[in-house]
Design a protein around this ligand. Structure first.
Ligand SMILES: Cc1cc2nc3c(=O)[nH]c(=O)nc-3n(C[C@H](O)[C@H](O)[C@H](O)COP(=O)(O)O)c2cc1C
Length: 180
């Protein structure tokens, strides 16, 4: 199997990380990879917030927690961390305004980041829940913390770090594929 296909098959969501920070080179390689992601009409409307400062992640976590239902809190606790970023040394938040296909662009970018991280031996988990910290009708949302521009919206996030656990890839269901 070629190395890219192997990396795709080996990826799974990692929710426990070592306390080891990423090196400058690792951070650069991830940034370089995400900037290679395509965007519709090459509009390049995505913005990528690479957050290694734990105090910033903590503030985002606190805002998510502020909005979280009891069920969400319980399910997060079950997942083994108080942090929605699972104490990973890097959290990346991807935003976009309302240009064409913002969600699709962000999804492709986060997928590329996930596979890039996996190929570098780094664990990762894609994160939708942090959207709760960036809700537009919340005057205390974390957009100001990161300096979002007018109209810039949270789209998706990802936690990345050295894995401190193993998880088998999810079970594949070939019935989901329709051949004609
Ligand atoms: C769009 C999207 C949002 C997700 N949001 C979260 C999240 O907020 N928290 C979390 O722990 N996992 C999240 N996940 C991870 C999924 O739960 C995980 O990918 C799924 O259970 C399949 O497991 P696997 O990634 O190990 O194959 C998200 C995944 C995707 C694709």
């Amino acid at each position: 199997m070629n190395p890219v296909l192997k990396t795709i098959q080996e990826r799974s969501s990692i929710r426990r990380y070592k306390d080891t920070p990423l090196t400058e080179e690792e951070l650069f390689l991830l940034k370089d990879a995400v900037l290679a992601a395509p965007t519709a009409r090459n509009l390049q409307g995505l913005r990528y917030y690479f957050i290694t400062d734990r105090s910033i992640i903590k503030q985002i976590d606190q805002r998510i927690m502020h909005h979280a239902s009891d069920e969400m809190r319980a399910s997060q606790k079950k997942r083994g961390s108080e942090s929605f970023f699972y104490d990973a040394p890097l959290g990346v938040i991807i935003t976009a305004g309302d240009q064409m296909w913002p969600g699709e662009d962000a999804g492709i970018a986060v997928g590329i980041l996930s596979i890039a991280a996996q190929s570098m031996g780094l664990g990762n988990v894609i994160l939708g829940l942090p959207f709760m910290a960036f809700q537009e009708d919340d005057p205390e949302n974390c957009g100001k913390l990161l300096g979002f521009e007018e109209g810039e919206k949270f789209r998706i996030a990802i936690a990345i770090g050295h894995p401190d656990t193993e998880k088998a890839p999810h079970k594949k269901n070939f019935d989901l594929i329709k051949d004609f």
